[in-house]
Each structure stands twice: as structure tokens, then as C-alpha cells.
Design a protein around this ligand. Structure first.
Ligand SMILES: Nc1ncnc2c1ncn2[C@@H]1O[C@H](COP(=O)(O)OP(=O)(O)O)[C@@H](O)[C@H]1O
Ligand SMILES: [Mg+2]
Length: 271
């Protein structure tokens, strides 16, 4: 267990605006939160509240021509807002792994999974091609992906969304970055695989002290995984608290509503 408190990601007064032909719309207003080393921060809120836009702002993945991002985003003391594309490219994958909500977008369709995994590992480390391949195979096997050797020769379109997401988590495990952002990582998965993925994320943070920003609408996942929870609504944070505190004593009406809407666990489980 990691005890030293060390801030990995610090977001302060984040504002995101999008420019349309009809004027400017605000997507994110004054968002501030922090993720420490080895900590899992859950980001929750109903669909469309700005969770993905927040994570994409961190990684500079929003279209610069149409969106305006202001505030401070600090990764291990380095300011990301205003950082050049070249420097940002070296941060993506190495310092921040991003498990995208739509995993198909994070792979290049014309290259095999193996090519992309091995190239990513080699771009950020000094291992040989053979070592990178062994690393990739091992990581895929750990994610319960069948026949890793065959998988390496497959193209992204040949895999399901859930499989691609697991490939991305496997990649993150290889790189052990200081920060991992997982956007709805378990939504497309069956219960068994979901459990496995969550266990794996937990293992990554314990072994490497990876700070994890876990975006999900699944409050069961939050209860099981998160240390700290940030609740968003319409581009703003309405509440942030430690996980137990949030579940036991939600302060904001919106949080209360979210908690009330979750499916209840039957007191007696049918055998
Ligand atoms: N790339 C983008 N550019 C401009 N607006 C966007 C973009 N992505 C999402 N939006 C808009 O921003 C709002 C928040 O969306 P999003 O962050 O995807 O919500 P969530 O992930 O919480 O479901 C929505 O109104 C959505 O239409
Ligand atoms: Mg989203």
C-alpha cells in the first residue's frame, strides 16, 4: 500500500468552451480536483455532464479550433495547458494512459494490434522488439484475453469493444504510467470480465502507485474501487468527498438522487 501523499494530477478552475456558428457554449465550468499517487478518484454524473470532455481536456484531445480550454492542469508539477503537441505526444501513453470510452478510436485501423502494442512499448522504453512482444503477450494473457499470439496478428475491427478495452488496459499495465484515466472501462464487459478488469486496475495502482481517474456511471464500481468521488452535473462539480462519506452522507440533492436511483441489492440472494 502506498502511504506517501503525492499529488499526481491537479486540476484547477478548468473551463471548457466550445465555439459553434450559433455562439459559444460552456461545457465545463470551474472544475477543480486532485488525484494522488496510488489513489483512485471516481468521476460520476449522468450522461452528457462532461466526464469525457474533462478527460479529453487533460490529454489535449479536443479540437483546438472549436474548443477553448482554460485553467490549470498539472501533471507531477508540469503544466499541461498550453503545452505543445510534441511534448504532449510524449506524455500520452507514457505518463498518462487513457482507456477511451470508445476504444475503437484509440487504435489505427490499418495496423495489427501487435504492431500498435509493440510500437507503443518501444516508443516509451528501451526494450528490444522481442522483449516488447513478450511483454505485450504477457499483459494480454493477464487480461484473460485468449490466444495472445493470435491476437497480436489481428486488426482492431476483428475484436469486440470489450476486447479492445482490455487490450488498452493491458497496454497501460505494460507502461505503468503515473496516471491512468479509464473512461467507462467496464461498461461493455460481462460480469466476470468486469471483475477481472477492476482487480487488474487495483493491482496496477498497488504495484506501481498509479493514480487512477475512474469515470463510470456504475455506483457499484465506485463503491468497490474509489477512494475519493467527484460528482459532476451539467459541466460543474456539485460535490466531492471520500467514498464512504459520500455514500453515507451525501450532501447535495443531486448526489442523493443519483444514489437513490441505483439498483438496490436484494437482502437475500437466491442460491
Ligand atoms: N469533442 C467535443 N466537442 C464539443 N462538444 C462536445 C465534445 N464531446 C462532447 N461534447 C458535448 O459536451 C457535453 C458533455 O459530453 P461528455 O463529456 O461526452 O459527457 P459524459 O462523458 O459525461 O457522458 C455534451 O453536451 C456533449 O454533446
Ligand atoms: Mg462519456
Amino acid at each position: 500500500m502506498i502511504n506517501v501523499q503525492e499529488s499526481i494530477l491537479q486540476i484547477e478552475n478548468l473551463h471548457v468552451q466550445t465555439k459553434t456558428p450559433h455562439g459559444t457554449t460552456s461545457l465545463i465550468q470551474d472544475v477543480s480536483f486532485e488525484v494522488e499517487r496510488g489513489q483512485i478518484v471516481g468521476l460520476i454524473g449522468e450522461s452528457g455532464c462532461g466526464k469525457t470532455v474533462t478527460s479529453m481536456s487533460i490529454l489535449h484531445m479536443l479540437d483546438r479550433k472549436t474548443t477553448d480550454v482554460t485553467g490549470n492542469i498539472t501533471l507531477q508539477g508540469r503544466e499541461l495547458i498550453g503545452m505543445g503537441e510534441r511534448e504532449m505526444r510524449s506524455i500520452r501513453g507514457k505518463d498518462i494512459s487513457y482507456i477511451m470510452q470508445n476504444p475503437m478510436n484509440s487504435f489505427t485501423p490499418v495496423w495489427t494490434i501487435g504492431h500498435q502494442l509493440i510500437e507503443t512499448i518501444r516508443r516509451h522504453t528501451t526494450v528490444s522488439k522481442r522483449q516488447a512482444k513478450a511483454k505485450a503477450m504477457n499483459a494480454l494473457a493477464q487480461m484473460n484475453l485468449p490466444q495472445p499470439d493470435k491476437l497480436l496478428n489481428m486488426y482492431p475491427f476483428e475484436l469486440s469493444g470489450g476486447m479492445l478495452q482490455r487490450v488498452m488496459i493491458a497496454m497501460a499495465a505494460c507502461m505503468h504510467p503515473p496516471l491512468l484515466i479509464a473512461d467507462e472501462p467496464t461498461t461493455a464487459l460481462d460480469v466476470h470480465t468486469q471483475k477481472l478488469v477492476l482487480e487488474h486496475l487495483n493491482q496496477i495502482r498497488h504495484e506501481y502507485g498509479t493514480a487512477i481517474l475512474l469515470i463510470t456511471h456504475d455506483l457499484g464500481v465506485i463503491a468497490e474501487m474509489a477512494d475519493q468521488v467527484v460528482v459532476m452535473r451539467q459541466g460543474e462539480i456539485v460535490e466531492q468527498a471520500e467514498v464512504l462519506e459520500l455514500f453515507e452522507n451525501p450532501k447535495h440533492d443531486y448526489t442523493k438522487k443519483l444514489l437513490a436511483a441505483r439498483p438496490s441489492i436484494p437482502a437475500v440472494c437466491p442460491i
